[in-house]
Design a protein around this ligand. Structure first.
Ligand code: FNR
Length: 340
């Protein structure tokens, strides 16, 4: 039997890995040798819009929609339950079109009845589909993903992107839960952020380049002459600063190539209120197993507490007030674009 598209994404995400050219090496934290705090005083609680989350690290959208993906979602949901991390499921369109695969998503709510869970659909979704995706997993929020370049590289992908904003606007107006618009690894610009803000979107996940690369993944899935598009996209550091030039504190999630506590801390220090990680969790789960995944998540949270202690920041909000120096390509970009 042909391996499902969903499992091909998992396979190639792991095989190709992450370039980690997400721009966060341009962000330099300024050491504080008199932090006046203790590891016991650090709180990792954060707020995104109206959602209060006990961890600032989000298990970002990956999978569901094929029977083989159910065990991945189960393990991620158990991790979310044990750590308090919010979790997003992968695009639910397949379950909306074919009820048989719905259990691969529903498992996430079953394993984590009280957790914060995000539903996920693309911008082609109608309001009715959005409501069904939310209901399917009793979601606390709905992520709408933008993936124009991925679609264009797929021979069977969408070719028309007309009407995206108006469909999103309709969903924003009628959704019973908050909407998070996210990119899948190509970034969100300042002007895109403005367009989304104008239609009432309260939360963005910038999904910048430098992590899981869906141009490279789609090119690897078949013989392709489009490998020259593999470097497309705006790195996470830059995309985050672009989005934050429009959106206020408390409304932007950083993701794309975040793999450890220091990268997470840098994104939080320059103003993200949470960070999303997808490929890094998938890699540990699929190559080392569930126990290693739990240890990895524990180390991430402990690492964040150490960094916050060293900076004298008792909360995620305080972390975003700590001094940073922005250098290199990220600084040049911001200067050229008038972002400070
Ligand atoms: C994804 N991602 C994703 N995003 C989304 O909104 N809906 C989806 O269905 C999927 N599917 C998916 C499958 C796999 C295997 C991976 C690894 C990722 C994208 C993901 O949420 C994230 O935006 C990018 O992967 C960038 O983050 P990382 O992986 O660099 O941390």
């Amino acid at each position: 039997m042909r391996i499902s598209r969903k499992m091909e994404h998992v396979h190639y995400a792991l095989e190709l890995g992450q370039s980690r050219q997400q721009g966060l090496s341009d962000i330099k934290l300024v050491h504080n040798c008199l932090p006046e705090t203790s590891t016991d005083h650090i709180a990792l609680t954060t707020t995104i819009g109206d959602l209060t989350m006990s961890s600032p690290i989000l298990i970002n959208a990956m999978t569901g929609g094929a029977h083989e993906t159910e065990s991945i979602n189960r393990e991620l949901a158990i991790l979310a339950r044990e750590t308090g991390m919010p979790m997003a499921v992968g695009s639910q369109m397949s379950a909306i079109k074919n009820k048989e695969v719905a259990p691969s998503y529903e498992v996430v709510r079953r394993e984590n009845p009280k957790g914060i869970i995000f539903a996920n659909l693309g911008s082609e979704a109608t309001l009715d589909q959005a409501l069904r995706a939310i209901e399917m997993i009793e979601a606390n929020a709905l992520q709408i993903h933008l993936n124009v370049m991925q679609e264009l590289i797929m021979p069977e992908g969408d070719r028309s992107f007309v009407g995206m904003l108006s469909r999103i606007e309709t969903i924003v107006r009628h959704s019973p839960v908050p909407i998070i618009v996210k990119e899948v690894g190509f970034g969100i610009s300042r002007s895109n952020a403005k367009q989304l803000q104008e239609i009432g979107v309260k939360t963005l996940d910038v999904g910048g380049s430098g992590g899981t690369n869906f141009a490279a993944i789609e090119n690897a899935r078949r013989p392709s002459a489009l490998a020259w598009l593999n470097d497309w996209g705006t790195p996470t550091s830059i995309s985050l600063l672009e989005a934050l030039s429009v959106y206020p504190t408390g409304s932007v999630i950083a993701s794309g190539g975040i793999t450890n506590a220091i990268e997470a801390a840098k994104a939080l220090t320059i103003g993200a209120s949470a960070v999303g990680m997808a490929g890094a969790f998938l890699k540990v789960l699929q190559t080392e197993g569930a126990d290693a995944l739990h240890s990895f998540a524990k180390e991430l949270h402990q690492g964040l507490i150490l960094i916050m202690t060293a900076l004298g920041a008792n909360s995620i909000q305080a972390l975003s007030g700590c001094p940073v120096v922005i250098m290199g390509e990220t600084a040049e970009w911001c200067q050229a674009r008038g972002i400070n």
